[in-house]
Design a protein around this ligand. Sequence first.
Ligand SMILES: *[C@@H]1O[C@H](CO)[C@@H](O)[C@H](O)[C@H]1NC(C)=O
Ligand SMILES: *[C@@H]1O[C@H](CO)[C@@H](O)[C@H](O)[C@H]1NC(C)=O
Length: 199
Amino acid sequence: MFRLTVFFLGFLAATCSGASQLDCPDLYDIFIYDLCYRIYTTPANYTEAKDNCNIHNRPLAVLHNGYQGSYLASYVNAQTGVNNGAFWIGLQRASNTSKFYWDDGSAMHWNFWNFGYPNGFNQVGVSTLNRRWMTLDESEKHVYACSYDPSQKPITTVSTTLETTTTPSTPAPTTSTVVPTAAPTNAPTTVVQAETTSA
Ligand SMILES: *[C@@H]1O[C@H](CO)[C@@H](O)[C@H](O)[C@H]1NC(C)=O
Ligand SMILES: *[C@@H]1O[C@H](CO)[C@@H](O)[C@H](O)[C@H]1NC(C)=O
């Protein structure tokens, strides 16, 4: 029954997005609209959740639109049985007067706030009751999802342009450190241990 539900949901997602769930390189993951998601069923606080995604070169779940959020919420319900709580997504702000940013570094261009939110807290969870967003105490432990773009292949070669264009007589070139604006995400071949759901 449980698996049937999951597969049915997967079929719906694939149908609605015009792509196949097989687009996710790992069968534990679900493809919704344009991203793959992996659900983690062990509740964690926001930092733990984010760190566990980032250590696998993925952001804590990014949502590109309302369809993705609603569908992911349904899927989390099915996977975890959490139907009256929340799950963490990769959306937070530095302080309650700052702008919200997704965990892939992109700005928040759309929102689906629950009534009365955002409040004074700065990390965002999605209500599994109505799919709307809530700022929550970051120390709360919730299930969560990581996301990645299955169309982005892992980088296997390194450009040698800089080496070949170096002129020998030049003193050490001045280096300007470029800080990436977003963590490199979406390395789909990373082998991670999938958490299993306990019915
Ligand atoms: C926003 O944060 C400040 C400082 O952390 C705090 O004093 C204030 O109460 C917060 N505002 C809300 C609405 O919680
Ligand atoms: C989150 O969990 C980690 C590991 O248990 C802990 O070190 C950290 O203090 C927690 N953060 C918050 C805000 O509760």
